[in-house]
Structures are given as structure tokens and as C-alpha cells.
Write a protein that binds this ligand. Structure first.
Ligand code: PMT
Length: 401
């Protein structure tokens, strides 16, 4: 469950911080990539050297790195994480989180995080029982955070009561249970095409398009995060995959993409065709660089490329879900609906080049999901990672039908 997950481990200043070392070790052993963010008080209880050795990353505590002036981005960190766990969570940090007091890196990162957040409170029994703590924990619960209740036992003050941080094994179990409940693609195989195709003219030139691969890669990451075994067939892009459950096959041309996608399709439950595939290839490719000095203007002779989505659509078996994308500039919905029929798709994701900050190369997209029965589900402009969630939610709904 934790393999490949990006986890922020937040550590506050409390005696239970010694248990965070063990928690960190368990998370790393389970295959998670853990970034520790510690409050200034936390460093009084446990040293960053121990934590960075175990996590393999420098520990983050301050907004700025002394001497270099470089800046730790809480926003990037918040977007990177699949989950954030704060253990121990002290009364002070709980209060700041509940009320948005962003005066340290940990709370700032929490406010930027879009992932599930787990808190394992640890404090003395009277602090725990104080109405202020209860109210702040209730507030955090109402924000959707997961509170891992503290246990009862002997506390640092030698008093006995409720306030002991939950044992690291149980914190990991709570996180695993959460991820298991979100794994609605577990055991499913998903094929995704992404990026552009390049159609070679000569060894230095090609016909291509502006696709960056960002949309397709975001869908691949989302499917993998939800438990799928993903085959990502990608045209030439400069992106990297971070989830180990993504098998990436790099291709250049549409015909290479068809060959790789066709092979993976038979064993797939779902295929999502996000690539911007060139409709034509160059029949008279030159083996050497075409020289400008030649008097004649070279003539490029085009031949129609195979339609990958339509080829898969003609061969799909009952229960397989086939999703297309439509990149349109005019009569968008009409054209997208024609493609559903032509390619035998279950649904199509329409994006229009008329929309600002959508489609090629951007980090955001604005899509409408159109079904075979013609119904349309429009979505607002949002990060491609969130568009990916909407598309995958639609796929899961189809699989569950
Ligand atoms: O990569 P990004 O920069 O993030 O940009 C994302 C995107 C704009 C490329 C993406 O959101 C998108 O719209 N992808 C599909 C682009 C496209 O080629 O649309 P189309 O309307 O021409 O094709 C319709 C469908 O048929 C698509 O699913 C396409 O993958 C598929 N197709 C098209 C031609 C062909 N020869 N074979 C195909 O499989």
C-alpha cells in the first residue's frame, strides 16, 4: 500500500518525537518516500541528522536555508505529497493548524497540502482534556483530517491518562487502511497513451505537435495511485514517472505507438487514449539530411497513419473501457460526439484550444466528459492532476456498472 507513496512526516516538539524515528523507519521500509518537516521545538527532542539519515532527504524546518538563501517551497511540498502525517502532533501545532496560524514550515505546508492528513496527538492528560484541544481537534476533523486517537497510559509527566501517541505500527496501519479504501483500481490493468508522435522527415526533422505529455502522465499517476498496473505508451516528452507501478514504453511515431498500445490492450481492463497522434506520416523519408543547397524545394509525401483508438475500439471485448480525448477548435461537442461513434469509445474527454490555459503544455485543463448517450459533464479549469481524478472517477464508475 505504501510503496512509492510520497509522505510528509511532520514532527512537533514533544517527548513522543523519539517514536517518530521508528515511524519514519516503518514508512521507509514499507516503500514510501518520506520527507520530514520538523518544527523548531521538535529539533530539541530529536536531531535532524538521525531523520535525514533514515529518510535519505535533508530535513526541512525553516522557510529559508541559512547561508544559501534558498527557499523551501511549502506549496511544492504540499502538492508532492500523497499523505501528510503529523506525529507527534502537539496541542500548540493542533491549535495553529485548526486556526490557520502559519508561522512555521510545518503548519504552512499543512495549509498548502491537498492530500489526506493524519494527526497522532501526544500531550499531557490535562492538555488533552482541555476544551480548547477538543475544539481544535473537532475543527480539524471537520476539515476532513484523520485523527489517530492517543492511547491511555503513563505520560512524560509520570501521570497516567489519555495522551500517549499511538504506536508507530498502528499509525502505519491507519494510513494503509486509508490507501486500501482508495484503491478502487486495485488489480486492474490500465493502458494510457500520452504525448505527441513525431513523424520523421529526415534524420534531423519531423512533423510533430505541441503535446507535452502532462495530461496523459497525470492520468497515469492517478491510476497507479489508485492501485492499477499501468502501461504508459508515450511519445517524445521530457517528463518522468514517479510511481513504480507505471511501466513506461517510449515510442516516436504513430505506427510505433499502435504497435506498443495494441500489444498491451488485450490484457487491459481500461485504455485511455490521451496522446496527440499525428494523422499522417512521411512516405518519402530521407535517409540523409535534406540539403538547402539543392535547387528543388523538397516535396513531402504524406500517408495516412493508423487510427490507434479506432483500431483498439474495433477489437475491444465486453467490459473493457475505452476512453478517448478530443482536441477541438470548432463545433467542439459535435465533433467530439462523432469521434465516440467512429472510434467505438465509452466516453470522450473534450478539451478546446479556445479555452485559455487549457490543452497543450499547460499545467491546467478544462474538459467536458461526453458519454455515448450524448450527456455532457462540464468541469471548470483546474490542475491536470485534478482533471485526471475526474477522468479516473468516470472510468471507475463505468467499471463498477
Ligand atoms: O500533453 P499535454 O500538453 O498535457 O496536452 C494534452 C492534450 C491536449 C494533448 C490532451 O488533453 C488531448 O486532447 N489529447 C488528444 C489530442 C488529439 O489528438 O485529439 P484528436 O481529437 O485528434 O484525437 C481523438 C482521439 O483519437 C484521441 O484520443 C487520440 O489519442 C486518438 N487518435 C487520434 C489520431 C490517431 N491517428 N490515433 C488515435 O488514437
Amino acid at each position: 500500500m505504501m510503496k512509492g507513496k510520497h509522505i510528509i512526516l511532520g514532527i512537533c516538539g514533544g517527548i513522543a518525537a523519539y517514536k517518530s524515528v521508528y515511524l519514519l523507519r516503518l514508512l521507509v521500509k514499507a516503500g514510501a518516500d518520506v520527507q520530514v518537516v520538523i518544527t523548531p521545538a521538535g529539533k530539541e527532542f530529536i536531531t535532524p541528522v538521525t531523520l535525514s539519515s533514515l529518510s535519505g532527504h535533508p530535513v526541512i524546518s525553516e522557510f529559508f536555508t541559512a547561508n544559501t538563501g534558498s527557499w523551501n517551497s511549502h506549496v511544492d511540498l504540499g502538492l508532492w505529497a500523497d499523505a501528510m502525517v503529523i506525529a507527534p502532533a502537539t496541542a500548540s501545532t493542533i491549535g495553529k493548524m485548526a486556526n490557520g496560524i502559519a508561522d512555521n514550515m510545518l503548519v504552512t505546508t499543512y495549509l498548502s497540502a491537498k492530500c489526506p492528513v493524519f494527526l497522532a496527538p501526544a500531550m499531557d492528560l490535562d492538555m488533552m482534556a482541555h476544551p480548547s484541544t477538543s475544539r481544535n481537534l473537532e475543527l480539524l476533523r471537520s476539515y476532513g483530517n484523520h485523527i489517530i486517537e492517543p492511547g491511555v497510559g503513563e505520560l512524560a509527566s509520570h501521570l497516567v491518562g489519555k495522551g500517549r501517541m499511538e504506536e508507530p505500527e498502528n499509525i502505519v496501519k491507519a494510513m494503509e487502511a486509508y490507501f486500501a479504501s482508495k484503491c478502487d483500481l486495485s488489480g486492474r490493468r490500465v493502458l494510457i497513451t500520452a504525448g505527441p508522435t513525431y513523424e520523421r522527415i529526415d534524420p534531423v526533422r519531423f512533423i510533430g505537435n505541441y503535446s507535452s505529455g502532462k495530461m496523459g502522465f497525470a492520468i497515469a499517476e492517478e491510476c497507479a495511485r489508485r492501485g492499477a498496473e499501468v502501461t504508459l505508451v508515450s511519445g517524445p516528452v521530457s517528463l518522468k514517472c514517479s510511481n513504480p507501478h507505471i511501466k513506461r514504453i517510449d515510442v516516436e511515431s504513430a505506427r510505433q505507438m499502435l504497435s506498443a498500445a495494441g500489444e498491451a490492450f488485450a490484457g487491459s481492463d481500461v485504455a485511455i487514449m490521451c496522446a496527440a497522434v499525428a494523422d499522417y506520416y512521411v512516405e518519402n523519408q530521407a535517409d540523409s539530411k535534406i540539403k538547402r543547397e539543392n535547387n528543388e524545394i523538397p516535396q513531402i509525401k504524406l500517408q495516412r497513419n493508423p487510427d490507434i483508438a479506432a483500431t483498439l475500439g474495433a477489437n475491444n471485448r465486453p467490459g473493457q473501457v475505452l476512453v478517448g480525448f478530443a482536441l477541438e477548435t470548432d463545433y467542439e461537442a459535435v465533433n467530439a460526439k462523432l469521434k465516440i461513434e467512429k472510434k467505438n469509445l465509452d466516453f470522450i474527454v473534450l478539451n478546446s484550444l479556445r479555452d485559455k490555459d487549457a490543452c497543450f503544455g499547460t499545467d491546467t485543463n478544462k474538459v467536458t466528459i461526453i458519454s455515448r448517450d450524448g450527456s455532457e459533464k462540464p468541469f471548470g479549469l483546474k490542475p491536470k492532476a485534478d482533471v485526471a481524478k475526474d477522468v479516473v472517477d468516470e472510468v471507475v464508475a463505468r467499471l463498477q456498472k
